[in-house]
Design a binder for this molecule. Structure first.
Ligand SMILES: NC(=O)c1ccc[n+]([C@@H]2O[C@H](COP(=O)([O-])OP(=O)(O)OC[C@H]3O[C@@H](n4cnc5c(N)ncnc54)[C@H](OP(=O)(O)O)[C@@H]3O)[C@@H](O)[C@H]2O)c1
Length: 340
């Protein structure tokens, strides 16, 4: 399986490390070599038909701050035309305005009949239906476990392991930064601004934190889940959204008096698509601490099914990308067996 990796930041580099660590095991399990034949960052790229050494790429990126020779005005899309590959891993920054550059990369791959695995929320939160139709038309596959919940397996659990269930609703905490801020307010009595500053100092929140605290990130993830699990054709703009900016210490302590905490909860069902701060009883699974993500699914047969885990991180997110790659390899193995 020949792979092109676009985006060589936190997640892309995590993926390179994972390929270097797990490549041999996967090759012996699936009798197929995972070969990295192209890697891009924002200003440079490296290609090799024979396969690139992920370790060398990591060392080069660390030393030179680029992954290969400069693009020199050439676009990623132009460079891609000259590369023969099977799967694109797309890990460029999420852009919730127009989905670019990831949307362009994913569209080009699908149009060329290539499979795509991505951690990038933007294209999926804006153009899910279009992308899925494009994949179907070109006999390509688009997988995106890493786009919601980081390492926490929600999409594949819901769509593949709970295949026989009717999932009625999902309530989820999908933004670790908000959870961290609300926890610090509750545990240490810190006012919102101070808890936010702490989150920024610790690298959980960006300098411009609006993406997290205004619920934009959570809404993008809610839209992806609504599309992927409830078969809706909606975008991030269809999500009713309010964030945690207005939460005061008074509200936190009034909640505590009732043995409750405040959490930014995403609720997704066939009739509901909303992100808002909610009161959650202490001890309830959604009262989860730290920066963890959690998804609580209500199903018709199994009842409540809850999945929790790390919502972000270099290797954590790469592990979700890997799970999608392995799913593609497994499908290919089944097809090969059937055609022999
Ligand atoms: N970090 C996480 O834990 C996490 C978790 C879940 C999902 N995600 C999603 O995964 C994606 C990647 O996240 P990240 O944390 O790895 O971001 P990042 O550290 O900012 O890395 C982004 C990478 O994309 C490259 N890039 C930017 N514009 C490009 C372009 N036009 N063409 C080619 N490459 C381009 C950057 O190049 P330079 O290196 O030259 O700047 C960088 O290598 C995002 O969509 C994010 O929302 C991240």
């Amino acid at each position: 399986m020949d792979i092109v990796l676009i985006g060589f930041g936190t997640v892309g580099q995590g993926m390179a490390e994972v390929l270097s660590r797990k490549g041999a095991t996967l090759q012996s399990s699936f009798r197929e070599k995972l070969r990295l034949v192209g890697v891009f960052d924002s200003s440079s790229y490296e290609v090799s038909k024979k396969g690139l050494d992920p370790r060398e790429l990591l060392t080069r990126k660390e030393k030179l701050h680029r992954v290969g020779p400069k693009l020199e005005g050439k676009s990623v899309l132009d460079a891609l035309k000259d590369i023969d590959y099977d799967v694109m891993i797309e890990a460029t920054p999420t852009n919730i305005e127009d989905g670019q550059p990831g949307l362009g990369h994913i569209t080009a791959a699908l149009k060329a009949g290539k499979d795509v695995v991505t951690s990038n929320k933007g294209p999926l939160a804006l153009k899910y239906g279009e992308l899925m139709r494009l994949a179907e038309k070109n006999d390509a596959r688009l997988r995106f476990e890493a786009s919601v919940g980081g390492a926490t397996p929600i999409i594949n659990v819901a769509r593949e392991l709970l295949m026989g269930e009717k999932i009625q609703s999902i309530r989820a905490i999908v933004n670790g930064t908000c959870n961290f801020i609300l926890n610090r307010m509750m545990d240490e009595g810190l006012p919102f601004d101070q808890a936010l500053r702490e989150a920024q100092e610790m690298g959980y929140a960006e300098k411009d934190p609006s993406y997290d605290i205004d619920g934009i990130d959570s809404a993008a993830k809610a839209a992806i889940l609504a599309n992927a699990i409830f078969g809706r054709d909606c975008s991030y703009n269809d999500v009713r959204r309010s964030g945690i900016r207005g939460i005061t210490l008074e509200a936190i302590s009034m909640a505590a008096e009732e043995k409750k905490v405040i959490r930014l909860v995403a609720e997704i069902s066939p009739s509901r698509l909303e992100v808002s701060p909610r009161l959650v009883p202490v001890g309830h699974p959604l009262a989860i601490g730290g920066t963890l993500n959690i998804f609580q699914m209500m199903t018709d047969l199994a009842g409540e099914v809850t999945v929790a885990g790390r919502g972000a991180g270099r290797l954590e997110t790469a592990s979700a990308l890997l799970s999608d790659l392995v799913a593609l390899m497994k499908e290919d193995c089944v097809v090969r067996r059937r055609t022999v």
